[in-house]
Design a protein around this ligand. Structure first.
Ligand code: DX5
Ligand code: ZN
Length: 219
């Protein structure tokens, strides 16, 4: 079984003191930072662009996993790939009409390439690009906002993606994003996920410290 990677999402952090927020999750034992980029078109919310990401990159040594919830991602891939600290760029299947080309564009920057699937999207759409992928991000809420309820029918999708990856001998990372907490983490890990995004559970937890929250997500 792959190691569990815990990635707090800075969407739930305090943007006015992001340097401190990044330090705090580093000290809490997080493995990576999940960066939610939203454009107000693909999703009904706007977050930040490559300039903000580059500024954040100077404040931590944790790797960045960039989740692009934007239309026309090809236009911005090079800019988001600039900081050395960016490990992976994930685009939405629903936003890419030339997904194979987009994945090659990500790879050309030297970064890992991921594809995110909205809750309604069948994993079959990835059949012809499976070998071009480093990870599949299964959205376990509808993208756009933190603090939503986990959609449990996504467990079946996680199991299916894991079994396709095993059948093809690919050892893909499976990321889950949305509504991940101390209970849902166990379900997604046993379904086959190995990378867990958590926004509110880490940054807005009323009972656990950030270190305890991160620890409890490891299953
Ligand atoms: C939602 C984002 C998530 C979000 C998760 O569109 O992709 O990364 O920050 O937040 P929680 O963990 O609070 O559901
Ligand atoms: Zn995300």
């Amino acid at each position: 079984m792959k190691d569990i990677i815990v990635m707090p999402s800075i969407l739930s952090a305090d943007f006015a003191c992001m340097d401190k927020e990044l330090k705090s999750i580093e000290e809490a034992g997080a493995d990576a930072v999940h960066c939610d980029v939203m454009d107000g078109h693909f999703v009904p919310n706007i977050t930040f662009g490559p300039g903000f990401l580059a500024a954040c990159a100077k404040k931590t040594s944790l790797p960045f996993y960039v989740h692009l919830m934007i239309e026309n991602p090809d236009m911005y891939i090079e800019q988001f790939a600039k900081p050395d600290i960016v490990a992976e760029i994930t685009v939405h299947e629903e936003a890419c009409c030339h997904l194979h080309r987009t994945l090659q564009n990500i790879k050309a920057t030297g970064k890992k390439a991921g594809v995110a699937l909205n809750p309604h999207t069948n994993e079959d759409v990835l059949e012809y690009v499976m070998e071009d992928l480093d990870s599949v991000l299964v959205m376990t809420v509808n993208p756009g906002f933190g603090g939503q309820k986990f959609i449990s029918s996504m467990l079946k999708k996680i199991e299916r993606v894991r079994s396709i990856s095993d059948r093809l001998g690919l050892d893909l990372d499976i990321t889950v994003d949305g509504g991940i907490d101390g209970n849902t983490c166990k379900q997604v890990i046993s379904a086959g996920a190995n990378m867990l995004v958590a926004g509110n559970y880490v940054f807005a937890n009323k009972t656990l410290s950030r270190a305890d929250a991160v620890r409890s997500l490891r299953g």
